[in-house]
Design a protein around this ligand. Structure first.
Ligand SMILES: *Cc1c(COP(=O)(O)O)cnc(C)c1O
Length: 455
């Protein structure tokens, strides 16, 4: 029997046109944007792989659920549907909606005392780190030293030896521990349940709160099901539940694995902590039964949490990223493998050895992908993290959920092939404005030291 491709497990009922641009137009656009792809208008992008955050396509069921949105100020039906969905999935008793993931982080970080403390993590996402540091704590990443090069299934794990040493060294100064699943700062690699269990046991023994950054819990659960022998063939909701059971709290951007365009979740087990979070939530986000969201958003979020654990969806999602990874490798780019579901990460430092970290090789490659074919990607390296970050210079090709088809991915592969042909000639970029600003990658202005090799 002929091998059958893994297909997109959905049909398309609503379409959005893509505006085609010419190379000359893109040169003007990128220059006007000061070589910062966050400053390029979406309408000037052909394939937008900037992020998988809030860029997914909602299902017919989600749109239908939105029509049921109850917009009552307090105690809306939509809140109880949201709460049931989150509690049913995670077992967390105290659940709050927030307008996005970073709001959940900010509330947690303003309620838990952080001044002079440390937060240990397998890898803090940039907004999480910013919130932890704004509270006066130091964020310490304890990811595996070879996470990006070892090509093992669970590169997102915490380095347990380093974790034990840090727990010992900082003892009473640990505000909490964060496990990010999947681990966005190390190539979106998954975290094993074995590692999560080991971290959780140590935290419980030491009386330290373990917070799960659960943005991509479903994609992480699928990797566990595929690659962790003890959990093979177990139903995905069961694996997801096992992940949440190990944590005392979680923050989540619903813009990722709840497949909505806006929303976040904060949930905890401890009642006294919940009381304090509720006060801060009311002060800054809204009443606890809507938390910065409309009733219809809560409906779509609840439905999305259910859809995301569909096995055929996750199988297709990993097939798509694996296919993109293979086409980038065929084009001649070193890629972090196994590919995450939400993105493929190209090692721009290795691909452009003529550029040092200060030359922003990742940004140079990202600009080249835009100039060559209108493909928007995102630098994750020196520009994003400066000297504090992981030493690697990566470019992330993020895949919005249920948006692009295989021919779109083929197009990206073809553009990458053209860029690979001139990669030795890609220029260094210099930051001309916004160098010292926090989260500078969103706002910095740059200029190439010599012209890009595209006419
Ligand atoms: C996106 C993301 C966040 C922040 O969520 P927002 O909804 O963008 O505020 C936090 N952690 C991780 C791992 C993320 O990917």
């Amino acid at each position: 029997m002929k091998r059958r491709p893994i297909i997109e497990p959905f049909r398309i009922k609503v379409t959005e046109p893509i505006r085609m641009t010419t190379p000359a137009e893109r040169r003007r656009i990128l220059e006007a944007a000061h070589y910062n792809l966050f400053s390029v208008r979406a309408d000037d992008v052909i394939i937008d792989l900037l992020t998988d955050s809030g860029t997914g396509a909602m299902s017919a069921e989600q749109w239908a659920a939105m029509m049921r949105g109850d917009e009552s100020y307090a105690g809306a039906k939509s809140f109880f549907r949201f709460q049931d969905a989150v509690q049913g999935l995670t077992g967390m008793p105290f659940v709050f909606p927030t307008h996005q993931g970073r709001a959940a982080e900010r509330i947690l970080c303003s309620v838990v005392p952080l001044q002079g403390k440390v937060v240990l993590s397998n890898g803090l996402f940039d907004t999480t780190r910013a919130n932890v540091e704004a509270g006066g704590a130091r964020g310490i990443d304890l990811s595996l030293a070879d996470a990006l090069t070892a090509h093992r299934p669970f590169g997102g794990d915490m380095d347990l030896e380093a974790f034990d040493r840090a727990m010992e060294a900082h003892r009473d100064r640990i505000a909490f521990v964060v496990m990010t699943a999947t681990n966005n700062t190390v190539g979106g690699q998954a975290v094993s349940l074995g590692n999560l269990t080991a971290v959780s046991e140590r935290c419980r023994k030491a009386g330290v709160m373990l917070v799960l950054d659960a943005c991509r819990f479903a994609e992480n659960a699928y990797r566990i099901q595929q690659d962790e022998p003890a959990y093979q063939k177990r139903p995905l909701p069961e694996i997801a539940r096992a992940m949440f059971d190990l944590a005392d709290a979680f923050t989540m951007s619903a813009k990722k694995d709840a497949i909505v365009n806006m929303g976040g979740i904060l949930a905890v087990r401890d009642e006294a902590l919940a009381e304090n979070l509720r006060v801060d939530l009311i002060r800054t986000e809204g009443f606890p039964s809507y938390g910065g969201l409309a009733g219809r958003d809560l409906e779509a979020l609840a439905q999305g949490l259910h859809e995301v654990l569909d096995e055929s969806y996750l199988e297709y999602r990993f097939a798509a990223s694996g296919y993109l990874a293979r086409s980038l490798i065929e084009a001649g780019f070193p890629v972090v493998t196994p590919a995450a579901a939400h993105a493929v990460y190209v090692d721009a430092g290795a691909a452009l050895p003529h550029l040092g970290p200060g030359d922003l090789p990742g940004q140079s490659l990202a600009c080249a992908m835009y100039l060559a074919g209108g493909v928007r990607t995102c630098e994750i390296g020196e520009l994003m993290f400066g000297e504090h970050g992981p030493a690697r210079q990566l470019v992330r090709f993020a895949l919005p959920r249920r948006v692009y088809t295989q021919s779109h991915v083929d197009y990206v592969g073809a553009v990458a092939f053209d860029v690979a042909e001139v990669k030795a000639k890609l220029p260094a970029l210099r930051i001309t404005r916004g160098r010292g600003v926090r989260l500078r990658h969103f706002v910095a202005e740059m200029a190439p030291v010599s012209p890009f090799p595209f006419e």
